[in-house]
Design a protein around this ligand. Structure first.
Ligand SMILES: N[C@@H](CCOP(=O)(O)O)C(=O)O
Length: 436
């Protein structure tokens, strides 16, 4: 597998280099030079395969010989050791539950695969890997658990103070060992820009071996393609072969992975990019003007991203063909009041509790289906996090129905360990240098 930079298509690095560099020095993002099509026979017979089998075939198709087959198989079986069921709620409305991993969010796919691939590539005696990660809520917890105790790695999580849920904060800040948390007096975008600046800082790069666990790292996107194929496999088992995916979207890594799956030949008819008030992409899809704005705080906090990192990858996939992009991806955005209404509606219609991000995707799917009533594709909305992570923003009558998993109960009483930080890069740099 070779990858280029979205800012320089002539550059070419190996998968291992792309994983460790995270992003090219020219500030673009890595993209595969080739996105090989999977055998159509395999795709039309996906229903015969298990999730680990599908994941292996998809990963092998993308990575080529970057990891020997037996090692790749073992790595996937270890990383993706939880399910991603598609549940039918009504005719042609399905939820893809992506919250059955240890941090109860879809980020477990990316974080667990990434920690294992990095650990696999790290050689004995090499310098410690310093993993930097910015989070608006869910990435941080998944990365913390994915890397906890992984030898020769240290994770530094930056999160916006007061803008993540109580359980998300506990997941980020109570781990100790090789995981540390920085509580930034700013937004997710501030956290993300501190991390990105660190990657281009000569002094920090000389001192540390820096890498990122955000979806700017291609190792996060590869495993996120698996569940699109696996969802299709489940639909095939129910006699459905046409599909539309509604994807809760913040940093656009999730939908970016779906588009990679589509490029590999998965017959997805439509992507619905569902956002909260941070509607940079839906606004672009309507007006043609791409105008990142500072993020605003919402109750679907993990999607509070004003300048989505992965949009450059998506634009790159379509090169100059904006019309094709706009045809395949439709954008919808909702404010907090609409989000709460959607949570209540989902509960009233199906006695099913969703998190605020998932509610937005459901609403977008329903709105799309109303406008496209002649289309008989199965509509699948992605459930990106377990609702128990957001008890305070879900109306009490619905929240009272949530069954809280054991892993959350275990967080109770654990002490928060976090260092407060300003949004000034000089402070972040000083912290890193003083805490080697
Ligand atoms: N939604 C994210 C924000 C970071 O996005 P990522 O996909 O680049 O890690 C979060 O929950 O932290």
């Amino acid at each position: 597998m070779k990858l280029y930079s979205t800012n320089n298509t002539a550059a070419s690095v190996s998968f291992k280099e792309a994983v460790f560099n995270s992003m090219p020095q020219d500030k673009g993002l890595y993209m595969p030079v080739n996105i090989p099509q999977l055998d159509p026979e395999f795709i039309s017979n996906l229903d015969k395969y298990t999730l680990p089998e599908i994941a292996f075939r998809v990963a092998k198709n993308l990575l080529g010989d970057a990891v020997p087959e037996a090692d790749l198989k073992a790595l996937i079986e270890d990383a993706i050791n939880f399910d991603a069921p598609v549940v039918e709620l009504e005719e042609d409305v399905y939820v893809l539950e992506l919250f059955h991993g240890p941090s109860l969010a879809f980020k477990d796919f990316g974080a667990r695969f990434m920690s294992r691939i990095m650990s696999y590539f790290l050689e004995a005696g090499e310098k410690q890997l310093d993993v930097l990660v910015a989070t608006s809520g869910d990435t941080g917890g998944a990365v913390a658990l994915g890397f906890l105790g992984v030898p020769n790695t240290r994770v530094t999580i930056l999160y916006p103070k007061g803008k993540v849920s109580g359980i998300q904060e506990q997941q980020l800040t109570t781990n100790g060992q090789n995981i540390r948390a920085l509580e930034v007096e700013g937004t997710f975008d501030d956290c993300q820009s501190l991390v990105k600046q660190a990657f281009t800082d000569a002094e920090l790069n000389a001192e540390f071996r820096l890498t990122s666990a955000n979806s700017i790292n291609i190792a996060r996107l590869v495993p996120q393609t698996f569940y699109y194929f696996n969802a299709y496999a489940q639909l095939l088992r129910q006699g459905k072969s046409k599909v539309v995916f509604a994807v809760p979207s913040g940093n656009f890594g999730n939908i970016g992975a779906g588009l990679l799956a589509w490029k590999m030949g998965l017959p997805i008819e439509q992507f619905i990019a569902a956002t909260n008030a941070n509607d940079t992409v839906p606004a672009f899809l309507k007006t043609g003007v791409y105008e990142p704005k500072p993020s605003v705080q919402t109750i679907s906090n993990a999607m509070d991203v004003g300048n989505p990192s992965n949009w450059v990858r998506i634009a790159d996939l379509f090169k100059e063909d904006t019309e094709a992009l706009k045809k395949l991806i439709i954008g919808y955005s909702y404010d907090d009041a609409e989000t709460v209404t959607a949570i209540e509606q989902v509960y009233d219609d199906y006695q099913y509790v969703v998190c605020p991000h998932t509610a937005i995707a459901w609403q977008a799917l329903k709105d799309w289906q109303i406008r496209n009533s002649e289309n008989d594709a199965a509509g699948v909305f992605l459930s990106t996090a377990h609702p128990c992570k957001f008890p305070d923003v879900i109306p009490a009558r619905v929240a009272s129905k949530i069954v809280v998993p054991e892993v959350v109960k275990e967080l109770e009483g654990k002490a928060k360990q976090a260092v407060e930080l300003s949004t000034d890069f000089a402070d972040f740099k000083a912290y890193l240098l003083a805490n080697k």
